[in-house]
Design a protein around this ligand. Structure first.
Ligand SMILES: [Zn+2]
Length: 429
């Protein structure tokens, strides 16, 4: 089996409180030891001088689009995009076609992952049958098949009785209930954040209150049921405050935020850039700063990309008609560095914690640390290297990112999954 020694890098393992020059030994798929000046003992050497060595990143909000929309993304292409982004574990969303609402569909994705994927894939199951928000799916059967949490992501569960019953089930099963928190009525046909920019562009606004109402409802339901309620892609300042107050009262509520909500505002919609159309929308700077404050005080637990591939047919159209979502796996690291580390909001170990051990704990996934015995999932990156986002070098089948042509700082150099090198010198092996 494999035996690799990653030598002389700045090892940052927030789970262990490690931040210093160390060597990391990977053997037979697990981390064996982290220490100074380790002996080769016949290992394959990987030099990491001047680079950061971290646990493989864990992204708990990814749309792999398979089955049903393989033209946009597949398990094969999406996991390669993940690897290039330093992401060694993805939780994939169940709003596929058909939706992941049965044990057979969960098994299908896991089979694809095992045969065609290059990183670990953890499917999420639907809360409702066909993701219609009417009849609950068989959550126990889905969990038995391998679903790690439940969500109707893409839409909120609008029926509060269904949400309540699903939370009771999730509590019993010991898994999180995850909500795409946007009230479909309060959205009111909005296509971007409701504010000065939507007024100027004459586009229908999507008010933050649409998110806040569902987050508030679900915090109350989680309080009453004892379930773990997790807010997907939180985007509004009032929602952050509701989560903060809920946690202070002991409610089991957690939240994730996307890099694009941290890095961008509605100003970036500019002249109707459909690549900037996402749900929930990126908002104004007051909301953005509230999200950063939520990360700083621990109200928001983790960063997740909401990697959402769409093709030209969905994006090269009028803004009102365009699909919502942007890809994010391959720009996760540089956006976090730009939005959080370089402005001084968080330290580099602080950010690494938010994309490794913190999300892994949220969904009870293995990985996220370099502890001996942990899976040998390791990401090696250059914090200072510049690179340009180009359609031809992105592994994702879809190229829907507002960052095409932009220069990013922070580049993944090597990615290891279970001790197998899947990215070498910035390219897939
Ligand atoms: Zn969503």
């Amino acid at each position: 089996m494999s035996h690799i020694l990653i030598q002389g890098g700045r090892v940052i393992d927030p789970a262990a409180g490690t931040d210093g020059v160390r060597d990391v030994r990977l053997r037979d798929g697990v981390i064996v030891e982290v220490g100074e000046n380790l002996q080769p003992n016949g290992a394959t050497m990987v030099g990491a001088k001047g680079l950061v060595v971290a646990p493989g990143f864990v992204d708990i909000h990814v749309h792999l689009r398979e089955p049903g929309q393989e033209g946009k993304e597949t398990v094969a292409s999406g996991t390669r995009a993940a690897a290039l982004g330093g992401v060694t574990s993805v939780a994939c969303m169940p709003n596929t076609i058909p939706a992941l609402d049965s044990a057979a569909m969960i098994q299908y994705v896991l089979h694809k992952a095992a045969t065609e994927g290059v990183v670990r894939v953890y499917p999420l199951g639907c809360i409702s049958q066909e993701r219609k928000g009417e009849v609950m799916a068989d959550l126990a059967a889905l969990k038995e098949a391998g679903a790690v949490a439940f969500t109707d992501d893409g839409n909120a569960v609008m029926n509060a009785l269904l949400a309540r019953r699903a939370m009771i089930n999730c509590r019993t099963l010991g898994v999180p209930y995850i909500e795409h928190a946007e009230d479909e009525h309060l959205i009111d046909g909005g296509v971007m954040h409701e504010g000065r920019v939507s007024l100027r562009l004459g586009l229908a606004g999507r008010s933050a209150i649409a998110e806040d109402v569902i987050v508030g409802r679900d915090v109350m339901l989680a309080d009453e049921t004892g379930a773990h309620f997790h807010v997907a892609h939180i985007s509004s300042s009032r929602s952050v405050e509701i989560v903060r107050q809920g946690r202070a009262r002991g409610v089991r509520v957690t939240a994730e935020v996307t890099p694009h909500h941290l890095a961008l505002t509605d100003e970036a919609v500019g002249e109707f850039d459909t690549q900037m159309k996402v749900n929930p929308p990126v908002r104004d700077d007051a909301h953005r700063l509230a999200l950063i404050a939520g990360l700083k005080d621990g109200t928001i637990d983790a960063i997740a990309t909401d990697h959402a591939p769409h093709g030209p047919l969905d994006k090269d159209v009028e803004f009102n008609q365009a699909a919502s979502g942007m890809i994010g796996l391959e720009t996760l690291l540089p956006l976090c560095l730009a939005a959080l580390v370089r402005p001084g909001h968080l330290t580099l170990p602080g950010v690494i914690r938010l994309i490794t051990v913190a999300p892994a704990r949220l969904l009870n996934l293995p990985g996220g640390s370099l502890a001996p015995g942990a899976p040998a999932d390791v990401t090696v990156f250059d914090e200072l290297a510049n690179w340009t986002v180009e359609a031809k070098t992105l592994a994702s089948k879809s190229k829907n990112t507002p960052f095409l042509g932009k220069t990013m700082t922070g580049r993944v150099v090597h990615t290891f999954v279970g001790g197998r090198q899947v990215v070498r010198e910035g390219g897939l092996t």
